[in-house]
Design a protein around this ligand. Structure first.
Ligand code: ADP
Ligand code: MG
Length: 750
């Protein structure tokens, strides 16, 4: 008889046995004959690493889960008890301690003999979730009398609760305690958690997450990520069976994918051994399955980002009005397609022929921009749908972000556009900018944009406008999309499009929440295979969350899960706005480093040392020049310069020296990148020397201490293609992120 069959026979919650027996303490009835346990082993101690998938494979586990779920639902519970959970896990090929459920003291003693001493006794009750908290776990019992006594005490202690019985299980051999869990994230759906048990999880919170389903690579990364990894990998001669642990994590992932009603799992503890592992305690919570977010085909947004005609509903001739700005932005930036102002009161707006309604426009309209008051938005959108417009941009505010009434209007709009078969951006956004199409839909006046290779996705239009005003001095954007309340077109739709747009080389996202869940990760993974994606996610803290709620009516997810999700998508996460901008411009202007060696050129030893520290802390190192190159370098160095990297030219540093030094570094096989620290007061004299230098495809980043106080030369240097940072630490950190991204991409294409 198998473990599973034995489990079934053990008086648990199988058909035919009353599942929740209220057991009067003395009258507990023995079920079945005691003799039937003779000679059977409950725990064969099989590790999951052997690759077999348990009795009946995952489908067997799924069937058993469904059966247990039905039972639980009939009883109105969402909690699956330890023995039920273990049975499902065992069916999925995951080793557990096993158990037998006793319903009398004598039966408990007999079962203890069968499973083998020492044993653990645990209360089995749908009302008791944390067993040991209330005295429901008795460990290391070594004698039948002790088992009988413990049984009696436990049943007495829980006499006012529904109890199914008392589980008798072998004491698992001591091992490394770990915790494995599954929970649901509001943005990403089911997530897997792993951590070491005991104080590691309680005090240090040394746990790691991944959004389900996970790949073997995800699982590898998870284990490597926790601070306690050395304990897993082998500490003081002890190590754990990593292949078995990885197999278990993958099996849990498969189980949750096969059983979408699983809302939470807790394997706590799981004991890890040199060979195999065993689940010592398990529980599950069940709920309604989550809607699937993965299988959405990429939308065709070509005509949305490159429309041939745009109508502006609410276009105004009164300067200062938002409807004025939108139309004037389109005109002043030279949008080359057809423009149709829609205004029932004026036959002409800003010199263009206006139409009383969009339906009066004689030709087809690709994009309709709606900038009418929220109360009139629905009617305006209905006319767009009637006209057959495929894309609508709602820049008006006053919808879900303002409360219940706004939510109702937004929901109604959603229905209308769905019926009309069109896609909608916003509401509460500032439209799209596509400098390669001379299209600026912004609600605020925007000027002086160059056509560049950066794609930006921002939730808030005002944020985008604010940063563009400054950043356009030193960065050229290609497409900027503000998604606002994203009732339809969301970050993932835009990300997919930017990934495929030939003008875009780097994508930056400023997000307050991710609503497209797992789909976002999958899309990001596809995009990051060719283009770097940098994200700044706000709303990390509780206070931040509240701010987000009142802002765009969105909920921020758990930040550890965001971190995990971004990693799974290959996305680079920026710490703050400054970090985001620092990353964007380097990725936009410079090639990726092919190796780890960096040549640092400086005019001050202090910043040379600081650069070296940050480089080393972030996984890079100082390059070592080849002997012949060292000789060449020494020839151009003044006698007082002592080190070859960082090259410290002190206050005599001049543009020609630096140019020659970089040229030498360009020829070195060990140099993959440069950091040049330049004196602010003479920065201007370096621009000509460095601009357009052939550095053999190696990136160069400049640092000018306190650059914000001498912007004219900094902007000129940036426009010469060399990103400038205020601190060497930031320059080194950005370089390291570029290197990591390059390595990541290589692992995708071995
Ligand atoms: P709880 O419901 O309180 O989480 P557990 O089943 O996890 O109950 O038991 C509490 C602790 O007792 C576990 O963390 C573990 O250290 C120990 N324990 C429980 N069952 C066993 C067993 N079969 N073998 C060894 N130790 C056990
Ligand atoms: Mg436990």
């Amino acid at each position: 008889m198998s473990v599973q069959e034995l489990h079934r026979d053990s008086g648990g919650l199988k058909a035919g046995s009353p599942p929740m027996m209220r057991m009067p303490p003395r009258a507990a009835k023995t079920r079945g004959s005691i003799g039937q346990w003779e000679g059977r082993k409950v725990f064969p101690g099989r590790a999951v690493s052997d690759g077999s998938s348990g009795q009946g494979g995952l489908s067997g586990a799924a069937d058993l889960f469904r059966e247990t779920l039905d039972q639980a639902r009939r009883e109105g519970r969402t909690y699956l008890m330890e023995h039920e959970s273990k049975e499902i896990l065992a069916a999925a090929g995951i080793a557990t301690t096993g158990y037998l459920v006793a319903r009398s003291a004598d039966e408990a003693a007999e079962m203890a003999r069968v499973v083998g001493y020492p044993v653990a006794l645990k209360i089995v009750s749908p009302d008791v979730v944390h067993k040991s908290d209330s005295g429901g776990v008795r460990l290391k019992l070594t004698h039948p009398d002790a088992v009988r006594a413990a049984y009696g005490e436990m049943v007495a202690a829980y006499r006012f609760q529904h109890i199914v019985g008392v589980s008798v299980q072998p004491m698992a051999a001591p091992g490394v305690e770990a915790i494995v869990g599954v929970t649901r994230d509001p943005s990403f759906g089911p997530v897997l958690m792993f951590g070491l048990g005991g104080i590691f999880v309680e005090v240090i919170k040394d746990v790691t997450f991944r959004v389900l389903p996970v790949t073997a690579r995800d699982v590898d990364e998870m284990l490597g990520e926790i601070k306690g990894y050395p304990i897993l990998a082998g500490f003081r001669g002890k190590k754990v069976d990593l292949p078995a642990l990885k197999a278990l994590l993958l099996r849990i992932s498969d189980l949750v994918m096969a059983c979408p009603e699983i809302a939470e799992i807790d394997l706590n503890p799981l004991f890890l051994y040199a060979a195999g592992n065993v689940v010592v305690d398990a529980r599950m919570f069940v709920g309604e399955p989550l809607p699937r977010t993965t299988a959405v085909p990429a939308a065709d947004l070509q005509d949305f980002f490159y429309p041939k005609s745009i109508a502006v509903l609410g276009a105004s001739g009164v300067p200062g009005k938002l409807g004025y700005n939108v139309l004037s932005n389109l005109m002043t930036h030279g949008f080359s397609g057809r423009l149709y102002p829609i205004n029932p009161k004026h036959p002409e707006v800003q010199g263009l022929k206006a139409y009383a309604s969009i339906e009066a426009v004689p030709e087809a309209v690709d994009v309709a921009i709606v900038i009418v008051p929220a109360k009139d938005a629905l009617a305006a959108i209905e006319t767009c749908c009637a006209k057959g417009v495929r894309f609508i941009v709602v820049e008006s505010a006053g919808f879900a972000e303002t409360g219940e009434q706004g939510e109702t209007i937004q929901a109604r709009i959603h229905e209308v556009v769905q019926q009309g078969g069109c896609r909608i951006l916003g509401p509460n956004c500032s439209g799209v900018i596509n400098t390669h199409h001379r299209m600026v839909q912004s609600i605020g006046p925007v000027a002086g944009l160059g056509a560049g290779n950066i794609g930006l996705i921002a939730q808030a239009g005002v944020y985008a406008a604010g940063i563009l005003t400054g950043l356009r001095q030193v960065m050229d954007f290609g497409i900027v999309a503000t998604i606002g309340n994203k009732m339809d077109i969301d970050e993932t739709d835009v990300l997919e499009f930017l990934g495929s747009d030939e003008h875009i080389d780097v994508i930056a996202l400023y997000m307050e929440d991710v609503r497209s869940g797992r789909r976002f990760i999958d899309a990001a993974r596809a995009v990051t295979a060719t283009k770097p994606v940098v994200v700044l996610k706000s709303g990390r803290t509780e206070a931040g969350k509240r701010a987000v709620n009142s802002h765009t009516a969105s909920l921020a997810g758990n930040d550890a899960v965001n971190d995990a999700a971004f990693r799974q998508g290959g996305i680079i996460r920026a710490r703050d706005n400054e970090h985001l901008f620092g990353l964007m411009k380097a990725f936009a202007k410079q090639p990726l480093p092919e190796g780890d060696g960096v040549l640092v050129v400086t005019y001050t030893g202090s910043l040379g040392v600081a650069a070296t520290d940050t480089l080393c802390l972030s996984g890079l190192r100082l390059a070592e020049l080849e002997p012949s190159l060292k000789t060449r370098l020494m020839k151009i160095m003044p006698g007082y310069v002592k080190t070859l990297n960082p090259v410290d030219y002190s206050f005599s540093m001049d543009p020609e020296q630096v140019r020659k030094t970089l040229a030498i570094g360009g020829g070195s096989a060990d140099v993959s990148a440069f950091i040049v620290v330049i004196q602010g007061e003479i920065l201007g004299s370096f621009i000509d020397a460095l601009q357009g230098m052939d550095l053999q495809g190696k990136p160069v980043l400049a640092c000018v201490a306190c650059k914000e106080f001498m912007m004219a030369d900094v902007i000129a240097m940036e426009n010469a293609g060399i990103p400038v940072y205020s601190t060497v630490e930031m320059a080194a950190e950005v370089l390291a992120a570029m290197r990591r991204y390059r390595r990541y991409r290589e692992t995708l294409r071995p």
